[in-house]
Design a binder for this molecule. Sequence first.
Ligand SMILES: [Zn+2]
Length: 87
Amino acid sequence: MTEYEIVCTVQTGCTAGGHILAVGRGDDLVRVDDVYASMDDGDRYFTDADGRKAYVRKWACSCGVGTLKSEADATLRNNLDSLPLVG
Ligand SMILES: [Zn+2]
């Protein structure tokens, strides 16, 4: 089991206003499908603000596509949507 910090996201526009396609994990850009497989292997993903970890979980966008969302108790600053966009 490994914990990875998500440092940026790739998002797309969709009928629900957009969802995450891929996340930056260190120097790698990892597609959501691969993050799901990694989570199934026991890995965890988080965002970090001021040393506080906000874990990320699988979440189905209302457009129907599987994507990612930070835990409900995350601070606003920890939210995935506040990370830099790339791609
Ligand atoms: Zn969507």
